[in-house]
Design a protein around this ligand. Sequence first.
Ligand SMILES: [Mg+2]
Length: 301
Amino acid sequence: MTDHVRLISADSAAHEALRTVRVLYTDLDGTLVAPGGSVLGDAAGAPSLVVAERIVALARKGLDVVPVSGRGRPQLRELTQLLGWHTYIAEAGGIIVRGTGLRAEALVDHGQWPDDLLGNGETPVAAMNRVGAAEALIEAFPGRIEHYAPWQMDREVSLLLRGCLDAAEGQTVLDGLPLPLDLVDNGMLRSYGTLTCRDMPPHAYHVVPRGVSKARAIMLDLAHRGLGPEHAAAIGDSATDLEMAGAVGVMALVGNALGSNGVRDGLANGTRENVWRTHAERGEGWAEFADAWLTAVSDDR
Ligand SMILES: [Mg+2]
């Protein structure tokens, strides 16, 4: 099923497409960072500069990197600043922030929700709590879904849950609520927490206002920059990440992404002419992508 996904380092069409790319939208967990969350580790979590060296090399070339993550705004601000980047997309596409200092500009995306859907000063998460979105899922799938503590705190646009769900069945539950909501599968996790299911690995799930997605956030950010999809690439490891393919010229999957059922389904169901994979996993795969990008851009200058 996934054998037909071409290797980014060995494909002339990828090389050609990467020549015009100036900004990379990167997932973090399962993609950039090692198990445990460090950028100073290899795919197995052993100390390594493999990622850090590429972050520096891309910065030296003036190539921009934007983290796109399910993580919340405070977490991403710190990470973005620490890695020398400038823009970040938090809460699975719900918040785009340009700048990490006092004059940072934030765009909170409500997707397809009409302006009058929220009460005065109400955040999308407060509205979801008002209609009991998380509780409805927990009640419908006992032992199979829970709040993803402690990362569910201080969120504005998306609820963060951990579970082992058929995403379509979860969506049906959300469709019974008086708010238009999407259930987004943001990839595999390592820990089950207090879940009792063992028939599939635990995944992170986001509940977002209908239409909010990583892909939509990328389109909004590219429009703000005056760039087209041919100037952008994305890299990730989950089904949600694969949807970024629709917003960019080059979509890369790190090697470990191909173990995800959601990714395999996405590859089987979509036209994926602009999707490539790396051989290596996690940060080592990210480095492999960066090397292919740096080579393509060097050719052009
Ligand atoms: Mg991920």
